[in-house]
Design a protein around this ligand. Structure first.
Ligand SMILES: [Zn+2]
Length: 293
């Protein structure tokens, strides 16, 4: 019933490795109760919300395939909800979208029943940066497929973008693709492009555009479609081109910020707060990578 078919070149299975919980997530008191909910996307695939963070999971006859736990409290809440709704289905797999702590934290909550899966680069960062989550037990380099109770989940590494280990998780039956932080839906990018690889990011978006899916489930904000992938690639290309022109003209960061025109994205989420930071980050990346002389 439970099997995974791994098509990756480099594949490490260390089932005997103990679940290592590296640290407790800090508990930050909040005046407001967190907003948590489960909504159905399509078929067996559901969306899990914790405030502004989202992940997906699939409920199969043989158990549950879960993705980002988000944090320990959120993971505990979801585990309890799943037990209420589907008392006979344990979380059999936990697949991490990428290593960043605001999505990957809390994996230890599900690791009693789940095999933890991530890109091989994610494992190295999770250990190196002491992310407060379970260390991945199964890693791969290019792609892998999980099959549980007749449900298939394809895991694709599309290259470096917002991290060096971001995955696209595709449910072929439901034509749903889950991708976190590197394909904002009708939104600009986060702050000043921390942990980013711009040229490879654009290439990775083209690879996503070539995949077969109808619904894009991002890690933040509303659901989208493949058109959102194309639109965001257009934004990155537009921003990079404008910043490169300014940099080649010898403009300072301040002058570049004045000359770059992103007004056609003014209705996108984060435009007011992050738009100028996006220019700053792109300027830093362009200056670091262009052939200045
Ligand atoms: Zn991230």
């Amino acid at each position: 019933m439970t099997r995974y078919i791994v098509t990756a070149l480099a594949f490490a299975l260390m089932a005997a490795e103990p679940m290592a919980v590296q640290a407790q997530a800090p508990i930050t008191p909040s005046a407001q109760a967190p907003v948590r909910e489960i909504t159905k996307i399509a078929g067996e695939v559901y969306r899990f919300r914790n405030n502004n963070h989202f992940s997906v999971f699939a409920v199969t006859p043989a158990g549950i395939i879960a993705t980002d736990p988000i944090n320990a409290a959120a993971a505990t809440w979801l585990k309890d909800e799943l037990k209420k709704r589907w008392p006979d289905r344990a979380i059999k797999f936990l697949v991490l979208s990428h290593d960043h702590a605001d999505h990957s934290s809390g994996g230890e909550v599900w690791a009693d029943t789940a095999t933890v899966v991530a890109h091989e680069n994610a494992k190295a960062v999770i250990i190196g940066e002491k992310r407060p989550t379970a260390v991945p037990q199964v890693t791969f380099s290019d792609s892998a497929t999980i099959e549980l109770g007749g449900t298939v989940l394809e895991l694709h590494y599309v290259g470096r973008n917002h991290s060096n280990n971001s995955l696209v998780m595709r449910f072929p039956k439901e034509k749903v693709a889950f991708a976190v932080d590197f394909i904002p839906v009708n939104a600009v990018s986060f702050r000043d492009f921390p942990d980013a690889y711009i040229d490879e990011w654009i290439d990775s978006l083209r690879r996503v555009e070539a995949m077969d899916f109808d619904i894009l489930a991002p890690g933040h904000g509303p659901l989208g479609t493949k058109a959102n992938v194309t639109a965001f690639r257009g934004y990155l290309e537009d921003l990079r081109t404008q910043v490169l022109v300014a940099a080649r003209a010898g403009k300072s960061l301040e002058d570049t910020k004045k000359s770059v025109d992103l007004s056609k994205y003014k209705d996108w989420g984060g435009y007011e707060q992050m738009g100028q930071l996006n220019i700053e980050g792109m300027y830093r990346l362009v200056q670091a990578n262009r052939r200045g002389n």
